[in-house]
Design a binder for this molecule. Structure first.
Ligand SMILES: Nc1ncnc2c1ncn2[C@@H]1O[C@H](COP(=O)(O)OP(=O)(O)OP(=O)(O)O)[C@@H](O)[C@H]1O
Length: 255
């Protein structure tokens, strides 16, 4: 579904990505981990076609970027990021904000047909936010807003769903509720690519992990093979121990 081949990205004197190759197949859900500035967001932006590598190729859903209209590709990709959240109309009802995802609009200026309203409500049910459907987006908690963004992204039935740190800034309660909704994505067709700083967010739905360090891949593959204390030490330079509980990894820093 996504094939990144020998990606290099250089800006001024900084080597942002340094020979990154990654293949994401249908049925796989990936988490990208790495320190601040290791290149995670750059990879997401390349998959979205917002950023082009200095060299190397990006192929998404069988189409090589550079030979395809990226705007057409973006219709097949759901992207959930803080910058998108910031663009949403806080005074609009939640169901209406969700409905805009059908066409990728930010707002509607005409009457919304009943089928679309019904679909938006179904997506809100999926993320367990239906009880807030009629509320104004700005009155929702941060976690609920993220759930609304997830429901909005699902409206267009994306083939790829990209999430850039969706749990940042959420308290434990809000985070766990959002993670439960994300874990339910196994019922959908989309391949999920998820960036986080927190290893315990790797829910059972995720199958694979890529570990980045200074623009290079330390390891990439099935999560149980990649999430070893040796690889985590290479990526973070901190001694840690790792425990799996209910197919979720938990990390402890060793003193
Ligand atoms: N346009 C640019 N010019 C110069 N440097 C850039 C540019 N864009 C990104 N960088 C640098 O590239 C590196 C990788 O950035 P990127 O945002 O991909 O990392 P990240 O792993 O997502 O970081 P974070 O976890 O902090 O969000 C950073 O050091 C960043 O400062």
């Amino acid at each position: 579904m996504i094939e990144l081949n020998r990606l290099f990205l250089r800006r001024d004197t900084t080597q942002i990505l340094d020979d990154v190759s990654l293949t994401i197949n249908k049925g796989e859900h990936w988490v990208i981990l790495g320190k601040n500035g290791s290149g995670k967001t750059s990879i997401l932006e390349m998959v979205n076609g917002y950023l082009f590598p200095s060299s190397g190729t990006v192929s998404v859903l069988g189409n090589m970027y550079g030979q395809v209209d990226v705007r057409e590709m973006r219709k097949k990709i759901g992207y959930i990021s803080q910058s998108l959240m910031d663009k949403m109309a806080l005074r609009d009802p939640v169901w209406e904000v969700v409905a805009t995802g059908e066409y990728g609009y930010l707002r509607f200026y005409e009457e919304i047909p009943e089928w679309l309203q019904n679909k938006a409500h179904r997506m809100l049910e999926f993320v367990k936010l239906e009880h807030r459907a009629g509320h104004v987006l700005g009155t929702l908690s941060q976690g609920e807003r993220k759930k609304a963004m997830l429901a909005r992204a699902l409206m267009s039935d994306p083939e790829i769903l990209i999430m850039d740190e969706p749990c940042s800034g959420l308290d434990l309660y809000e985070r766990e509720h959002l993670l439960a909704a994300i874990n339910d994505l196994h019922q959908k067709n989309a391949a999920v690519v998820y960036v986080t700083h927190h290893i315990e967010e790797i829910m059972p739905v995720f199958t694979h992990v890529a570990l980045l360090e200074q623009g290079r891949l330390v390891a990439a593959g099935p999560k149980h093979e990649v999430l070893t204390v040796e690889n985590l030490h290479k990526a973070y330079q901190i001694p840690v121990s790792l425990e799996w509980s209910s197919d979720r990894p938990w990390i402890r820093v060793l003193s």
